[in-house]
Design a protein around this ligand. Sequence first.
Ligand SMILES: [Zn+2]
Length: 77
Amino acid sequence: MSCKELVEVVTDYLEGVLSSQDRARFEEHLGQCPGCQTYLEQMRQVIHTLGKLNEDSIPPGAWETLQQAFRNWKRAQ
Ligand SMILES: [Zn+2]
C-alpha cells in the first residue's frame, strides 16, 4: 500500500469497515511509515474532537483550517 492509498482509506480504517485484507495491508504500511503513523494519529484526534463537539461549539473557520492542513499534508507526501 502507498501513502496516497492509505490516506484515501484512512476513514474506512477508523470506522472499521475495511476488509481484513486491506486492513492487513494498511497496518503493514503503517508499521514502516512514520509519516502515516502521525497522520493516523492526527485523524483520530480530529474525529475524537469533532465527535465531542456539536457544530455550534466549533470556532468559526476551524474546520476549514483543519481540512486545509490535511490537504497540505497530502501534497507534501
Ligand atoms: Zn506512508
